[in-house]
Design a protein around this ligand. Structure first.
Ligand code: NDP
Ligand SMILES: Nc1nc(O)c(N)c(N[C@@H]2O[C@H](COP(=O)(O)O)[C@@H](O)[C@H]2O)n1
Length: 293
């Protein structure tokens, strides 16, 4: 994946093609937090891809107004940043709760850096969408946004991770997913329900995907952060959080991993970041860091 970004967009009539622009100056600041470019990589682990945990949150740590309610938090600049991240990862992962609530596109809508200045074309790299759906409850169909985008050549067909114990996936769902180059992937589960993150990441690597951005939602993020608690497991390589200047109020889907208890029995913070940098983007601020272990 080459790392070059188109220079500043010319001013004038607002674009109508839905494509986003992320300036090279902002992209360069993110580079230390992104997966290494393949040709220069000496840090790849054989057992897992590079993992970026990234999401947008309110001032009261909410991802959305309520479970099942798609909520816009990112402003235009930080939204473009998220799509830039999508251009720099081989895969993008969400839980089935997000797939059901948001009907997300999970593609990359930034302008290609590889075309002459002034030409507006979608970035050629698209991340492979991955949906964690242990009991195969996502009713994916021809109208699902991720399927429509893949059919139009504006995104890739999804990998749907279902538990080995699930008897069968309905034929029509399988046909829809396979029809756009995706597939159902069987993953070992614990008591027919949860996958271990080690197994999820190993399976992603087995699929030939060297990097994944994990976008959410609440259950996915909280379970990953609780594993990182006290350096228990070293799965997340980078954390990039967009913080929007709004409160969503009680009842939202929260990023709030379980509290840890210290040796003296007193509560201690479960996870902290190190090597932190803050980047204002429009009215939002983007926080980048690594898990302190
Ligand atoms: N602001 C932002 O950046 C983002 C916001 N969101 C918001 O988050 C909300 C959804 O969050 P939430 O309801 O918590 O749902 P999630 O998207 O976190 O999905 C949760 C479900 O995914 C499956 N799952 C999660 N972890 C595992 C695992 N380790 N093994 C197997 N299956 C797993 C389970 O499915 P099952 O129940 O079938 O067992 C679980 O219930 C939505 O409102 C969405 O809009 C989502 C992403 C980003
Ligand atoms: N970065 C970010 N900002 C927000 O305000 C959001 N609501 C989200 N949500 C995530 O993006 C998905 C929807 O986007 P697409 O339809 O794929 O363009 C949504 O499902 C969440 O994963 N993210």
């Amino acid at each position: 994946m080459a790392f070059t970004v188109q220079p500043a967009e010319p001013q004038g009539t607002p674009p109508t093609d839905g494509l986003l622009h992320f300036p090279a100056s902002s992209a360069l600041k993110l580079e230390p937090h992104l997966p290494p470019v393949a040709s220069t990589d000496t840090t790849t682990r054989p057992d897992k891809p590079f993992v970026t945990l990234t999401f947008a949150t309110s001032l009261d740590s909410s991802l959305s107004l309520a479970p099942g309610v798609r909520t816009t938090l990112s402003g235009p600049q930080s939204k473009a940043m998220t799509h830039y991240l999508r251009s720099r990862h081989a895969a993008i992962l969400v839980g089935v709760g997000t797939a059901v609530a948001d009907d997300p596109g999970l593609n990359c809508k930034i302008i290609s850096p590889f075309v002459p200045e002034g030409v507006r074309e979608q970035h050629p790299h698209q991340p492979r969408p991955i949906i964690l759906d242990p009991s195969a409850r996502w009713e994916v169909n021809a109208e699902s946004k991720v399927i429509q985008l893949a059919r139009l050549g504006q995104g890739l067909g999804p990998l749907v991770f279902v538990a080995k114990e699930v008897r069968s996936v309905p034929d029509e769902r399988r046909a829809v997913v396979e029809g756009v180059g995706g597939k159902f992937v069987r993953v070992k589960s614990v008591e027919g329900e949860e996958f271990t993150w080690t197994d999820v990441l190993w399976t992603i690597k087995e699929e030939g995907l060297d990097s994944v951005m994990i976008e959410g939602g609440g259950s996915v993020i909280n379970s990953l952060l609780s594993l990182e608690q006290g350096g228990e497991q070293e799965l997340v390589d980078s954390v990039i959080v967009t913080i929007a200047p709004t409160w969503l109020g009680a009842g939202g889907v929260l990023v709030c991993p379980p509290r840890a208890v210290g040796k003296d029995g007193q509560p201690v913070p479960p996870v902290r970041l190190r090597d932190v940098s803050w980047h204002p983007l429009g009215e939002d601020v983007v926080l980048c860091g690594k898990i302190l272990r």
